[in-house]
Design a protein around this ligand. Structure first.
Ligand SMILES: C[S@@+](CC[C@H](N)C(=O)[O-])C[C@H]1O[C@@H](n2cnc3c(N)ncnc32)[C@H](O)[C@@H]1O
Length: 214
């Protein structure tokens, strides 16, 4: 995917109060940044941030952390934050180092429209590959919860397999989320809005380590 350059991105990132510049310093103590012990939900590959910004506004008693590796995209996200949101922060990093940044303190991970990496030799880069699932094991506090949405059927079936092999229970499986949840107001992502407009089905699931969780 070609990313449109944001000219003054460095300035936007440097001046942002939302961007944590030294994330490894907070390993094991992210609650100190928020000044509370509320649950922490992270979105990996948050893109321009619509989903996480709207969630943070809607759920002030949850702490949200958005993770993104592309500077221009991060700058676009930061420009979008139009009010003070005390329960939101943003980290610039490749999720490959996620277990150097968090330790047993995350309650939920959102993976929304993650890059599909269609070639087999690149599957290890998928955010639901065994490499990443092993890392997530180290960052979850207790119960593991991964919320996944994608338009990509191949990534979806691959993820069902890797998550199941990793002893996750799968629930809320949907092969056409937006058709099934006509009544419910969903918080959507930028990519999702585009795909829904194109009438593409959205595949979704929740993977959890707790069989009893509804
Ligand atoms: C297809 S976009 C989806 C963006 C957003 N979640 C949405 O649904 O609109 C995937 C995003 O994930 C980011 N990304 C992919 N792999 C990543 C990684 N390993 N670490 C951090 N960000 C990553 C990309 O830079 C890109 O912005």
């Amino acid at each position: 995917m070609r990313i449109r350059n944001v000219k003054n991105k460095e300035e936007i990132l440097n001046q942002s109060k939302y961007l944590i510049k030294n994330p490894k310093d907070y390993i094991g103590k992210w609650h100190t940044i928020f000044n509370n012990h509320n649950p922490i939900y992270i979105e990996i590959g948050m893109g321009k941030g619509k989903f996480i910004i709207e969630n943070a506004k809607m759920y002030p008693n949850i702490n949200f952390i958005g993770i993104e590796r592309q500077d221009s995209i991060l700058a676009k996200c930061i420009k979008k934050i139009d009010e003070k949101i005390p329960n939101l922060i943003i980290i610039r990093m490749n999720a490959l180092i996620i277990d150097e940044v968090f330790s047993k303190e995350i309650d939920r991970i959102y993976l929304n429209f993650s890059d599909p990496w269609p070639k087999k030799r690149h599957h290890f880069r998928r955010l639901t590959s065994n490499i990443f699932l092993d890392k997530y094991d180290k960052i979850f506090k207790e119960t593991k919860e991964i919320y996944l949405r994608t338009d990509n059927q191949d990534l979806y079936t691959y993820s069902i397999e890797t998550l199941s092999n990793h002893n996750y229970y799968l629930k809320n499986i949907s092969l056409n989320l937006h058709k099934e949840l006509l009544e419910e107001k969903l918080i959507t992502t930028e990519y999702e809005d585009k795909f829904v407009k194109e009438n593409k089905p959205i595949y979704s699931l929740v993977a959890t380590s707790n069989q009893c969780l509804k």
